[in-house]
Design a protein around this ligand. Structure first.
Ligand code: NI
Length: 186
């Protein structure tokens, strides 16, 4: 196991469309080792998800480790070769962060309900339907596999601050309850 170096915005690897893994690759010991490195890196940096391109590997593999309930922890979800289908076009806004875009937050609106079809670490097909906050977590993470960063999805308009440094965000922009906007740290 090893903590990998995280690629930051500007590194070309974050802008590539990641290559899908073959069944043989998924079942190889190299992939198990790589997933362990990704987990260790994610935990070191405190993310709730990480994608292979973020550690300079342009492979279609990501991990989501979102704990809804600290009392009943669930194991991280390993997502390989995913396809996303939008089930509800209605959008919801979250202030997103990213290990590859440190010290920055951006307000991003994404569809509120999606389906993700993918392969697990045993190369078996799986389907997850995600709503609300989890839908945003999945979309943010899987965007990394298509060369997209959350900053690409921020809608700018004159006189507004939809993107901010973390410190200014905390000081001036933390969502009020009535805003119906959440926060995502990954
Ligand atoms: Ni990210």
């Amino acid at each position: 196991m090893a903590i990998r170096k995280v690629a930051r915005m500007g590194h070309p690897v974050l802008r590539l469309k990641a290559r899908e893994l073959t069944r043989e690759e998924i079942l190889s010991s190299d992939t198990v080792k790589f997933v362990n490195d990704l987990l260790e890196t994610m935990n070191e940096y405190g993310g709730i998800g990480i994608a292979a391109p973020q550690v300079h590997e342009s492979l279609s593999l990501a991990i989501i480790d979102y704990q809804e309930d600290d009392e009943n922890p669930v194991p991280p979800t390993i997502i390989i070769n995913p396809k996303i289908t939008v089930l509800d076009e209605k959008t919801q806004g979250f202030w997103e962060g990213c290990l590859s875009v440190p010290e920055i937050r951006g307000l991003v609106y994404r569809p509120r309900k999606i389906q993700v079809d993918f392969l697990d670490l045993e190369a078996k097909p799986k389907t997850i339907i995600a709503e609300g906050f989890l839908a945003t977590v999945f979309q943010h993470e899987l965007d990394h596999l298509f060369g997209v960063l959350f900053v690409d999805r921020v809608e700018f308009s004159p006189g507004k601050s939809p993107i901010a440094f973390t410190e200014e965000y905390s000081r001036y922009l933390t969502p009020r309850e009535e805003d119906d906007i959440g926060e995502l740290d990954d």
